[in-house]
Write a protein that binds this ligand. Structure first.
Ligand code: PMP
Length: 429
C-alpha cells in the first residue's frame, strides 16, 4: 500500500472473522458438551432434568417408582394441599389462565393487591409488589435501583439472580467474604464515599449451605455507612422464625430496619414468582418504573391465588413450621453424629453433605437412588470442586423414619465410596 506522501505502509491484515452463526461451534456449547461427555464416562445416569410425575412432597415418583424426596422446595407441603389447589382452580375459573397484560395497563386483578397486602403484613412492612419470576425479581430490581454511579456489595455466596442484577445495573460490584459483616464494614469504610448510592445484598438463608447471616449486625453496619440493605428471603420466608415470618422474626428485629426485602413465592408459598417488600415509596417506584414489572405480564391468577391460600393455611397451621424445624434439626443432628460434613448448616431446611469431590457426590446420589432416595448432587462448576455435595431439602412432611433411613444409607454409601480411589470428575475425560 502507498500512503498519500508516497511512502509504503503496511496495512494490518485482519484475521478472518469466524462466522459465529453456528451454535454447535460456540465455545460455550463445546464446553457444555465436554462436561456432559465427562459425566457419561462416570457411568452414572445424567442427574439433571429427571422427570417427576407427581406433586413432590416427602416422596416423588420417577419412572413409575416412588422415592423419598429431598430435592424440592415444597418446604411446608403446601404445593398439592387441597385448599391451595382449589384456590388456584377457582381463580382460573374466574379470571382465566393469564392476566394477558402488564398490570400497569390492563392486567390488574383484585387478588394481586390482596396478595401484596398480605405479604407486606406477613413481613411487617408497609408495601409489597409481586413479579412473575423470583430470579427476574432480583435481576430487575437490583438492575434498576442502582446504576453506574453506585456500588453494590454482596455476599460472596450470593445467588446468581443477585449477581445478574448487579451486572445489569452497571454499578461497581464487589463481593465480601461470606457472612463477614466486619469485612463489609471495612470495605464500606474504604469505598462508600466514592459512590452515590450503596446497596448491600445478603440472603436470609443461603441455598447451598443452609446457613444464615447475623442480620442485626448487618443492619448496624448499613446504618453506620448510610447504605441500603437488601435481604433475599427465598429460603427463609415461611421457614425461619417461630411462625415462618422469616429472618426478622427469627432475630426479633423490626422488619422496617431492612430497606428492601425480596422473596420468592416458589418455595414455602407453593406458587411461582417473586416479591419486593419495604416502604411505600420503594414499591411505588418499582410499580411505575421497574422494567421487569412494567414491561412484563402480571402474575397469573392461579399462582396469585395459590400464594394467598398458602399463607392462609400457614397462618392457621404454624405447626407446619415447627415440624419443618424439628425435621431439619433431626436430619442435621443424625448426619453430624454419622460423621458427615454438613458445613455450617444449622436450623434451616437446607442441609448439605459435602463430599469434596464431584464424582463422589454423583456416585453417592446414584447409590441413594437405588435405595429409593432422591437427592440432587451439586457438582463443579456450580460450586468449587472441593465443595461438591449432596444438597438435602427437608420438608415438614418427612417422617422420622424417612430421615433416619436416609442418613443411615448416606453414611453407609459415603464411607464405602471414600475407600475407593476416586479421580476428580475433571480428570475423567
Ligand atoms: N433467590 C434465591 C436465594 C434463590 O435460591 C432462588 C432460586 N432458588 C431465587 C432467588 C430465584 O427464585 P425462583 O426460582 O422462584 O425464580
Amino acid at each position: 500500500d502507498t500512503s498519500a506522501n508516497g511512502t509504503v505502509v503496511r496495512t494490518p491484515r485482519l484475521s478472518p472473522v469466524a462466522p459465529e452463526d453456528d451454535v454447535t461451534q460456540f465455545t460455550e456449547y463445546r464446553r457444555l458438551k465436554a462436561t456432559m461427555r465427562q459425566m457419561q464416562l462416570t457411568g452414572c445416569p445424567n442427574p439433571y432434568f429427571t422427570v417427576h410425575d407427581n406433586t413432590v412432597g416427602d416422596t416423588t415418583m420417577i419412572d413409575g417408582k416412588t422415592y423419598i424426596s429431598f430435592a424440592s422446595y415444597n418446604y411446608l407441603g403446601l404445593s398439592g394441599h387441597p385448599e391451595v389447589s382449589a384456590a388456584a382452580s377457582d381463580a382460573i375459573r374466574k379470571y382465566g389462565t393469564s392476566v394477558s397484560a402488564s398490570r400497569l395497563v390492563s392486567g390488574e386483578k383484585p387478588i394481586h393487591g390482596q396478595l401484596e397486602r398480605k405479604i407486606a403484613q406477613w413481613l411487617g412492612v408497609d408495601a409489597a409488589i409481586t413479579m412473575v419470576g423470583g430470579h427476574a425479581t432480583n435481576e430487575t430490581t437490583i438492575g434498576h435501583i442502582v446504576g453506574p454511579e453506585d456500588l453494590i456489595l454482596h455476599d460472596s455466596l450470593s445467588h446468581n439472580s443477585i449477581v445478574q442484577g448487579a451486572l445489569l445495573s452497571g454499578a461497581k460490584r464487589r463481593p465480601f467474604p461470606h457472612n463477614d459483616y466486619e469485612a463489609l464494614d471495612r470495605m464500606l469504610q474504604a469505598l462508600r464515599h466514592q459512590y452515590r448510592r450503596t446497596l448491600v445484598v445478603i440472603e436470609g438463608v443461603y441455598s447451598m449451605d443452609g446457613d444464615f447471616a447475623d442480620v442485626p449486625k448487618f443492619i448496624e453496619v448499613k446504618k453506620r455507612h448510610r447504605c441500603m440493605l437488601m435481604v433475599d428471603e427465598a429460603h427463609s420466608f415461611g421457614t425461619m422464625g417461630k411462625t415462618g415470618h422469616g429472618i426478622a422474626e427469627h432475630f426479633g428485629f423490626d422488619a422496617r430496619e431492612v430497606d428492601i426485602w425480596m422473596g420468592t413465592l416458589s418455595k414455602s408459598a407453593s406458587s411461582c414468582g417473586g416479591y419486593i417488600a419495604g416502604s411505600q415509596a420503594l414499591v411505588e417506584l418499582l410499580r411505575y418504573t421497574a422494567p421487569g414489572f412494567v414491561f412484563s405480564v402480571g402474575m397469573p391468577p392461579s399462582q396469585v391465588a395459590a400464594a394467598i391460600a398458602s399463607l392462609d393455611v400457614l397462618e392457621r397451621e404454624p405447626e407446619r413450621v415447627e415440624r419443618l424445624r424439628h425435621n431439619s434439626n433431626l436430619f442435621l443432628r443424625l448426619a453430624q453424629e454419622a460423621g458427615l460434613d454438613t458445613g455450617d448448616s444449622g436450623g434451616t431446611p437446607v442441609v448439605p453433605v459435602i463430599t469434596g469431590n464431584s464424582l463422589v457426590a454423583l456416585r453417592l446420589s446414584n447409590r441413594l437412588k437405588k435405595d429409593a432416595i432422591n437427592v440432587q448432587p451439586i457438582l463443579y462448576p456450580a460450586v468449587d470442586e472441593s465443595a461438591a455435595r449432596l444438597r438435602f431439602f427437608i420438608t415438614s412432611e418427612h417422617s422420622e423414619e424417612q430421615i433416619r433411613f436416609t442418613v443411615d444409607r448416606t453414611q453407609h454409601h459415603f464411607h464405602e465410596l471414600c475407600e475407593m480411589p476416586v479421580p476428580r470428575l475433571a480428570e475423567t475425560g
